[in-house]
Ligand binder design. Sequence first.
Ligand code: CA
Length: 235
Amino acid sequence: MRILLVEDEPDLGQALTKTLSRERYIVDWVQDGQSAWGYLDQRWVNYTLAIFDWMLPGLSGLELCQKLRAGGSSLPVLILTARDQIADRVEGLDAGADDYLIKPFGMAELLARLRSLQRRSPQLVPQRLTVGDWLLDYGASTVSPPRHPPLLLTAKEFQLLEYFLKHPQQILSGEQIRAQLWPLAAESSSNVVAAQVRLLRRKLGEAGQDGAIETVYGLGYRFAGSPRHEAKPTL
Ligand code: CA
């Protein structure tokens, strides 16, 4: 799940990024409206949710909302605002925001609002993902490899394994994985992917799944799953 966060107060932006990342969201944080629009305009990035501060340099949160809706996007948007007058709330909702939160707010309330937005959005967040004999449990942050009790995963391990499970038997390059699972602005190379794959493999190895993620030399990685469920070669 990828979130676009647009907040120009550095302290708040940082705190939100930290909290949301811990909740397994991939967070692209930008500090002005123009950059935000640039991110939204990149068609290959799929956001699950957006959080816009109302008052921003460049385009305001409301203007971003209006531009999105004018383009036909139904991306769920939560507006953050210090204003609390009725007229402002109406203006925000009229601009196409799905919900708003008055500053200052508690992180627990923000997370609850985001969960509620996800429930309302057509693109429902699944509770579980089953691929062959593998089971990912979103609520518990665990994976159950074949014939094995659940293993607890970190947020990044979970995102990585989810991505592999959704693309079984496909060769995924380090660059492709990095672009999908790490924030766009992060100065990370595909080394971060290699390091994360190592950690995930170690965990899966302890559950007897050493060969689940294969390295395809020079190309990337491939989730082969358990040998029993390997796709039959076609002639
Ligand atoms: Ca602001």
